[in-house]
Design a protein around this ligand. Sequence first.
Ligand SMILES: [Zn+2]
Ligand SMILES: [Zn+2]
Ligand SMILES: [Zn+2]
Length: 356
Amino acid sequence: MPELRKDPLIGRWVIIATDRAKRPVDFLASHDDALPPAECPFCEGREDQTPKEIYAVRSQGAAANQPGWTVRVIPSIKPLLRIEGQLNRRAKGMYDVMDGVGAHEIIIESREHIGNAADLSFEQMHASFHAVMTRMNDLEQDPRFRYVLWFKNYGDTAGAGRIQHSRSQLIATPVTPLRVKEELAGTRRYFEDKERCLVCDLLSQEQETKTRIVIESARTIALCPFASRFPFELWIVPKRHSCDFNRITPEELMDLSKVFKEVLGRLKLVLDDPPYNALLHTAPFRRQRGRVGHWKTIEEDYHWHIELIPRLTRVAGFEWGSGFYINPTPPEESAKYLREAVVGAEEEKVNVGSAH
Ligand SMILES: [Zn+2]
Ligand SMILES: [Zn+2]
Ligand SMILES: [Zn+2]
């Protein structure tokens, strides 16, 4: 019997289609033709092929825009939004319009040509998240921006294109994205009702049942959410309540980097290197004058998290039209496969495919 599940954050319904349950082997990864590494503009030694860097972690003495870096942040070559200019918000009849002002930055996570972030070293992963935090803190100072979305595309079908060099992106926007607003509204409603954070409550319930938890470390939990929209969807959540990713503590940043790398490694193992998207949901900037009251309880009611979505199924007409999602793999099963996978043990790959 399929099950309809309601996401407690935004009230979205998901169909868990248990009668056509799929196992990891049922999802085939397609590896499209990639740009040869010799032409990759993100590799060390080709700094002249990218826009000038905004930020970099460099070994001592290495000059900007030259080799000798660990992590490099550059403006996007094809920015979705432009950094110059004012918002110029206006009406066109009933329609609201503003200029496409924003920031679009690329965090290059390795100087070597590594495709999947699962293969980064812990140090590289940590330096990359540290760069994201640093850039967010800097973008927060720009009064034109209300939000910064961090995300990562891996694999052609996840939007990474032909360049298979591990990287993530930051887009600063002058408005708060709708998906984030929906979550903010949902968590605020819950808080008004119960005077507790929804995600904190969710974590303690998941810690009791454990069926959907993949990894629990000292400061971080990785779990397959109850109303997962997609097979093997994961959330990575800090245990300590906090609404702002960019206020993460050094210990939490270490822990997050460790768990994120581990989770990516398990996805790669269990699903044979699938394409995926990862995105960070954190609170909007709250320093605009006149809007402070708007975020009355946000520090208590919102809880930042990373959503990680392997791209195994396609979203089609029904999903687009209804906002429902059809998920052929119950999250309890996804979590079990991921929990039992051990990165580094090659025979595990065989076991995972046949154990059901
Ligand atoms: Zn490269
Ligand atoms: Zn919380
Ligand atoms: Zn979210």
